[in-house]
Design a protein around this ligand. Structure first.
Ligand SMILES: [Zn+2]
Length: 110
């Protein structure tokens, strides 16, 4: 994947994430009150919104890091082993910072 395509895709993902984060953060008071009223169930809409917000915020950070790597000319290389990240992986996740192997190692450490 060339840098121009990567940048376009990353910027689109970023715009989508910003929109989702805006919606999820739209009514924090309402979400809190709703969650207090519904404290009996184990997973409320507010919990779900919070979980989605966490995922979106984490992904947003990854996308911004990827755009930074594009600026620095290191995009498409694994940040750990510096081998090229396969195109297929970047197609699926343009914000991927690591090759499958290094990402796997990282996730097992958690
Ligand atoms: Zn790697």
């Amino acid at each position: 994947m060339d840098d121009t395509t990567a940048r376009e895709r990353l910027e689109k993902i970023l715009a989508d994430l910003d929109r989702s984060i805006g919606v999820l953060q739209g009514d924090p008071v309402g979400i809190r009150e709703y969650s207090a009223a519904d404290a009996g169930s184990d997973l409320t809409d507010a919990d779900r919104a919070q979980a989605m917000l966490t995922v979106a915020t984490t992904q947003r950070r990854a996308v911004i890091d990827a755009l930074k790597r594009l600026d620095e000319g290191t995009y498409g290389r694994c940040v750990d082993c510096e081998k090229p990240v396969p195109d297929g992986r970047l197609e699926a996740r343009p914000e991927a910072a690591r090759c499958v192997e290094c990402q796997g190692k990282r996730e097992r450490r958690r």
